[in-house]
Each structure stands twice: as structure tokens, then as C-alpha cells.
Design a protein around this ligand. Sequence first.
Ligand code: NAD
Ligand code: UDX
Length: 458
Amino acid sequence: MDFEKNILCIGAGYVGGPTMVMIASKCPRYRVVVVDINQEKIRDWNSDNLPIYEPGLDDLVKKTRDKNLFFSTDIEKGIKEADIIFVSVNTPTKTFGQGAGKAADLQYWERTARQILANADSSKIIVEKSTLPVRTAKAMERILNGSPKEISLEVVSNPEFLAEGTAINDLENPDRVLIGSRETPEGMRARKEIVEIYAHWVTRDRIIESNVWSAELSKLTANAFLAQRISSINSISALCEKTEADIDEVAYAVGTDSRIGPYFLKASVGFGGSCFKKDILNLVYICQNYGLEEVADYWESVVKINEWQERRFINNMLSNMFDTVAGKRVALFGFAFKANTGDTRESPAIYIARGLVEEYAQVVISDPRALENARKDLKDLKERVTFEMDPYKAAEGTHSIAILTEWELYKDLDYERIHESMVRPAFIFDGRNILDHKRLFEMGFNVFAIGKAPLKHF
Ligand code: NAD
Ligand code: UDX
């Protein structure tokens, strides 16, 4: 079969994988190749055991793989054959040198740009899919224009807004797709080509076009706004605990104002995930570089409140369990940073587990999807941490349970049976406010939720 277009994606991770699966499924006349330096990951993408868990992903992969979707480690061949190259490599926080702890580490991204330059022998559109600091396209252009070859490599920004756990639905029915380019004739032509891809399934009014810098900055800003709402509600949760106001009632009352809206107002143990903290710190770093100290401080406080909320959760456990958890078994229900994913990057559970171990607790971790990652995250704590898929077994002989991920399954457990198997007095710390607190209290549990008055028997 002759394909209309050859699309390549460099980076087969949480974004590159699902995004290309969706493009392949919606555009059967395009040939889509996804490449990665990680051979194991590519092997998994080509197997029945995909490297990431995402509801609905397996079915779409089965429908498209080896028809118009291919996973490969041959990056050079992929570059040569492609008309359009999406770059979806990781852009983590820099851990060394200038900007360490805040700036984006662009080494993977730059390596990719140089590899494209070295191997491209025809004109191509290069799409920034990774989240990048504003004005990165300028640096990318500088590298790509360093070619003595008579080819054009036009850079377009098309940041991704999917959230993990709902990636397939987010990709299929996006609130918007954002495509930014240079406003030159070549830039506008490249923009049109990327619009055409999405127009296969996204209505035109949901495809936003902008200049390239706006597209880059909108992505960082959207994540900062989302995280800011969580830190706002979490800060108020602390005040609720002091005043007997109930955070869920407050969030509902506030969110019904149509100017505010109901989303992202769920108080929690803190936000996790690979994006929010990294992207806000990157925004902070960029503002500092432009001398905008007040703006930088404003956004940095979103991250600080989040760290404080996590710390507060541990302190609350400690003070209510008679100021010591030393030698006590504590079960953590949930280790993923949110439900419906196995991803544990920046999960509050990592911080909570480590904090409890520092207090000499014996921690038992349960999660339906994230135990493999949890083992890696805590591999240095083998002595004090165990892993148990079955929540009933995990709870046996524990003094307390902490709910750290809002998995549906935790709502429907037989808590009478769990209470029977625990040491008394038994404690539940609901870091996601998903349980029926009054019922648990009546069963005999001492219940501590986020932003609610404690329910205790002593
Ligand atoms: P990831 O770590 O899951 O995947 C990145 C992949 O790139 C890895 O498999 C890595 O091996 C590969 N890679 C790195 N350098 C490479 C190279 N030179 N050649 C080929 N492959 C290379 O990361 P992710 O979560 O998919 O995020 C990718 C980007 O998308 C980041 O910039 C992130 O901020 C952004 N983003 C992530 C999400 C999300 O929910 N995870 C959502 C929107 C945007
Ligand atoms: C986020 C953005 O939502 C997405 O648009 C972007 O592309 C990538 O970053 P993700 O990190 O996958 O997506 O998940 P998200 O649903 O945003 O949740 C992030 C964290 O915030 C999770 O730990 C979640 O539990 C927490 N959260 C979310 C809350 O604590 N309260 C809320 O009301 C919403």
C-alpha cells in the first residue's frame, strides 16, 4: 500500500506512544513509525505487554500495529523516510550545573535535533511535542539550520495536553489541539500540514493556531494553572481542619460559580506526576532569567504548598498515632500518582513512604498497577518496605492504612473484615477523600481525611 505521508515520532513514552497510536488509528493512509533509544521499550510496544498501562490503549494498538503503525529502534532510517517528525523525548528537571533543580534538561531534545540534522536528506517538518521552555524553537531552528544541505527543516510547536489514565479519551476528544508556527510562508505551510493531520478527527473550531512562542508558553501556563488550583484548594483544606468547615462542601460551593468551574478542586495528599512540578519549576526559572522575580515567586509557591501538603499528611499520621510509628506496620493503599495508571513519577506516595520509613515504620505497599514501579522507586529501602497486591493481605496486622491513590477498588473493600485484621486502635488516613468516613468511624476506625474534622474514638 502507498501511504500519503510518513510520520515519525522520536520518543516512545507516555506521550509519544499513545499520541501516535491515535494518529495511526484516525489516519489509516498515513504510515506512522515510533522510535526510541530504549530497546526494551520498543520490544514491549511490539509485544502483548505494552510498556505503559492506559485504559483503551491495548485495543487501539492491536488494530493498528504492523498495518500503518510500527515501533522500531532504527532512528536513522526513520528520520530519512519521514515527512513529519514529532519529537516527544523526555525533558526532565535539570539535576546538575546552572539551573539545577528548576530548568528543563534539554540534552535529550538537543541530541535528537542533531540526529535529525545528521540524517535528514530531504525537507521535513519538525514538531515539538515535548513540553519545552518558551523560545526553544529558536534554539532548535539554530541547530537545524546549521545544515549545508539544500533542505528545509521547519519547526512547529504542538504541545500535548493529555492526562495519564484518560489519555485515549483526551486524544480522541481533546478540548483543543494547539499548533504554533512561524508566521512566514514556510511556517504557515508547515502549520497547515499539522492541522491537516488532526482535522481527520478533531473539529476545526478545536484546533487553535498561534505563533510558535505562544504555543510553547501556553503549555507551561496550562499546567501551572491546573496545579495552582490544586494547591489553592489544598491550602484551604488545612484551614478546614482547624475550623470544622468541610473541604468537599467548600469546593462544591466555590466550583458551582460558573466563572470558577468545578474541575481540579479535589483536595488531596498533593499532586504528583511527571509534569506539574517540573513544568512550574521551569516556568519559575524562565521568569527568573527575565528578571521577573515576583512572577517567579508567585508560581514557585504552588510547588511549595504541594510539598507542605505532603509533609502535613505525614505529620498528621504521626501526631495522631501517639507521636510514634516506630515498629508499627502501616499500609499504603495506592502508589501511582493518580488512578488508572501505573506511573509513579513524583507520586506523593514516594514521599510518604520515605517519611514513614524515616520514622522507623514498617511500610506495606499495595497498588493494582504500580507495584513494579514502586519497587524501583524504593529499592534502597528493602528492609522496611514490602509490596502486596492484595489490599486485604496488605492491611493484616497494621496499625493504620493511608489511601494515597483514588483507585475505585478501595471504595468497595470490605472494611469490616479489614478492621478485624488490624491492630487496635485502627486508623485510616484518607489522602484522597474517597471513603465513607462516617461508616468507617462507626465500624471502629479512627478516621482522618483531608480538610475534614477528624472522627476519633479517643
Ligand atoms: P517518557 O520518559 O515516558 O518518554 C520519553 C522517551 O523518549 C523515553 O522512552 C526515552 O527513552 C526516549 N528518548 C530520550 N532521548 C531519546 C533520543 N535521543 N532518541 C530516541 N528516544 C529518546 O516521557 P513522557 O511522559 O512521554 O514525556 C515526553 C514529553 O512530553 C515531556 O516533555 C513531557 O513534559 C511532555 N508531556 C508529558 C505528559 C504526560 O502526561 N506524561 C503530558 C503532556 C506532555
Ligand atoms: C497533567 C495535565 O492535566 C495534562 O493536561 C498535561 O498534559 C500533563 O500533566 P497528569 O499529570 O497526567 O496530567 O494528571 P492530572 O490529572 O493532571 O493529575 C495530576 C495530579 O494532580 C495527580 O496526582 C492528581 O491526583 C492530582 N489532582 C488532580 C488532585 O490532587 N486534585 C485534583 O482536583 C486534580
